[in-house]
Design a protein around this ligand. Structure first.
Ligand SMILES: [Zn+2]
Length: 319
């Protein structure tokens, strides 16, 4: 049945979107309208070495291809700093051994179709502006609240990479000059308040108890049950996000700010303090409820966005 429908659609180009995370690879065929065609293949990453990951990527792509059409291209979202001119991964927090890796040419030598590489949060930003919570809007800023805080800027329907490819590092906006030291070396970064790691750490600091295995989701459950210290963690998270978002609105005046990542699941716990803070600090706090939205594509944003960018890479207009 599936084979027949694939054959019928042979004239429609097919592109694979792939999200490479530190613990798993997720990939699927994505249509030119940004819809997923068929299943998502999820494969665990057990060895983060370059050779092992390359082998895993190629075998995962071949597995997906075995029950689909030959793809016109593949778009891959990868965490880390990418030199876009050479499609090299300069550095990645999830793959610390990788330094200056020409990932596109390594993959293209093993696959018979073009490969497009993009930072994962940039890809998610593109996905949200293509078919997500900012569908069709020319400007959208994305904040991904995960293990860290990633960011991406879509301006005039394209990703703004900056001169060194480092634009959109929104997790490292200073929200408190006297705040905790961040992994990047700066002090008081947004990431120290709004990441899943920060939620757990800040809760343990407030309670003075070390609780191994505690997750940000657990802290969310405690807050929903009325635990005051857990609630305070999310109020502070909302305030920190509000400070950063007010700055972003003042600088870019975008049509949409999309908030995604696992911590966005605690939306109702931090939404009010976030909006209050934005209202206090934005120069023109207009249409805020329309502008600041939760991600629609959730954990598929990066995969779908990477596919959209791959369509553009091979000359298919997506929006
Ligand atoms: Zn930082």
């Amino acid at each position: 049945m599936r084979k027949t429908s694939m054959r019928a659609k042979r004239t429609v180009p097919a592109v694979i979107g792939l999200d490479l995370g530190g613990s798993q690879v997720r990939l699927a065929f994505i249509t030119p309208k940004g819809q997923r065609a068929g299943r998502i293949l999820t494969v665990p990453v057990t060895d983060r070495g370059l050779k092992a990951v390359l082998t895993l990527l190629v075998s995962s792509i071949q597995r997906l291809q075995s029950d689909g059409p030959c793809p016109a291209a593949i778009g891959i979202g990868i965490p880390g700093f990418i030199r876009m001119d050479e499609a090299r991964i300069y550095r990645s927090p999830n793959f610390p051994e990788w330094k200056n890796v020409p990932i596109r040419s390594l993959l293209e030598s093993k696959l018979n179709f073009p490969v497009l590489i993009e930072n994962d949060a940039n890809a998610a930003a593109f996905g949200e502006s293509w078919v997500g919570c900012g569908k069709g809007l020319p400007s959208l800023l994305y904040l991904g609240l995960g293990t860290g805080v990633g960011g991406g800027l879509v301006l005039d329907r394209g990703i703004w990479h900056g001169t060194e490819g480092l634009a959109g590092e929104l997790g490292h906006i200073t929200v408190d000059p006297n705040g905790p030291i961040c992994g990047c070396g700066n002090q008081g970064c947004l990431e120290s308040y709004a990441s899943a790691t920060a939620v757990v750490r800040n809760y343990m600091e407030k309670t003075g108890q070390v609780r191994p295995g505690l997750t940000a989701q657990d802290v969310g459950v405690l807050a929903r049950r009325g635990n005051q210290k857990a609630c305070a963690v999310f109020v502070e998270l909302g305030q920190a996000l509000g400070v950063a978002i007010a700055d972003l609105l003042n600088i870019f005046d975008p049509e949409r700010i999309a908030i995604g990542g696992g911590v966005a699941g605690a939306w109702s716990l931090f939404h009010k303090p976030m909006m209050d803070e934005i209202g206090r600090r934005a120069v023109r706090p207009v249409r805020l409820n329309e502008k600041v939205r939760r991600s629609l594509l959730k954990n598929e944003a990066g995969m779908i966005g990477a596919a959209g960018l791959a369509y553009r890479h091979v000359g298919v207009k997506v929006f």
